[in-house]
Design a protein around this ligand. Structure first.
Ligand code: C2E
Ligand code: MG
Ligand code: MG
Ligand code: MG
Length: 281
């Protein structure tokens, strides 16, 4: 059909409108094929222990779509959560990370993975985690689960039980994006966890004597009292790192230490970045 042909334009218009109405439906369809088509890649970002200088990594998923290009992780994770595809994705990441830990066990002591609430609520999560670990000969203590909650948590009691079981099996558990939800402090009160990760929103505006400084310092004091470790995410400047170190934050993560990257690149980048911050720790 030629341009200007009424029908073609109409069809184009309808398709276009459909995509604008529910772009996430289109995303989900593509996402389902992404795993089989090898379009998903696990990136790693370093997290530095302030006390020991030891490094571990967080696994962050990337989707290089042949049709859409690099799709922002936040947006496809949201679509995956809405549609339920997230389970398959999280289990895939879990397998990849275990495989990775096995391949690099001399240099890696643990890796953090993000699991959505839906995945945590899946009845066979623990079985699948444990069988992944035994398949690759990995100790559960080498896996830390970051609880990422984008959808509303409905039933706390089952989640509490689930987390307790996971920790009894040796897995570590952290609350991600701490401070960004109304229920953050209640989670800290009721959920059995090893760690909280202060959301980057607080860290990005962190300056001496700022509101963020006072909030973070208070969270750290509180976490110390209840025996929970604290990671600060989104650390980009030396000043932010200095404030966090002075406030006894346990771990730091952010572009200052390295951006998420394929594992082959992550170590050289980390060594280069070290010049900027090494005198701090
Ligand atoms: P998150 O777990 O809170 O991860 C931190 C996000 O902040 C990552 O975004 C990371 O790339 C970014 N970041 C780290 N340091 C800095 C910094 O210094 N400055 C700035 N501006 N950003 C920084 P990313 O990789 O786009 O991931 C977004 C979110 O997607 C994650 O947030 C997590 O909630 C979710 N996610 C990622 N991978 C997975 C996965 O495998 N499964 C599930 N369920 N969720 C995942
Ligand atoms: Mg995370
Ligand atoms: Mg986070
Ligand atoms: Mg986040």
């Amino acid at each position: 059909a030629k341009l200007g042909d009424g029908n073609t334009l109409k069809v184009f218009h309808i398709n276009h409108q459909n995509e604008e109405m529910r772009p996430e439906l289109y995303l989900v369809q593509e996402l389902k094929e992404a795993i089989v088509n090898n379009e998903l890649v696990v990136f790693f970002q370093p997290i530095v222990s302030v006390k020991t200088g030891e490094v571990h990594y967080e696994a962050l998923l990337r989707w290089f779509s042949s049709r859409l290009g690099l799709v922002p992780t936040d947006s496809f994770i949201a679509a995956a959560e809405e549609s339920g595809v997230i389970l398959e994705i999280d289990f895939w990441v879990m397998g990849k990370v275990c495989e990775h830990l096995a391949a690099h066990h001399e240099e890696l002591h643990h890796v953090s993975i993000n699991l959505s609430i839906q995945t945590l609520e899946s009845p066979d999560l623990e079985t699948r985690l444990l069988s992944s670990c035994s398949k690759y000969g990995i100790d559960p203590g080498m896996l830390e689960i970051e609880l990422t909650e984008h959808t509303l948590l409905e039933d706390e009691t089952s989640l509490i039980k689930k987390l307790r079981c996971l920790r009894e099996s040796g897995f570590k558990v952290a609350i991600d994006d701490f401070g960004m939800r109304y229920a953050s402090f209640n989670y800290l009160r009721v959920l059995p966890v090893d760690k909280i990760k202060i959301d980057k929103a607080f860290v990005q505006n962190l300056k001496r004597n700022s509101k963020e400084d006072h909030i973070i310092t208070s969270i750290l004091a509180l976490a110390k009292k209840i025996g929970v470790n604290v990671t600060a995410e989104g650390v980009e400047t030396v000043e932010q790192a200095e404030i966090l170190v002075a406030a006894s934050c346990d771990e730091l993560q952010g572009y200052l230490f390295g951006k998420p990257a394929p594992y082959e690149h992550v170590q050289t980048a980390f060594e280069q970045a070290k010049k900027q911050w090494s005198r701090l720790l």
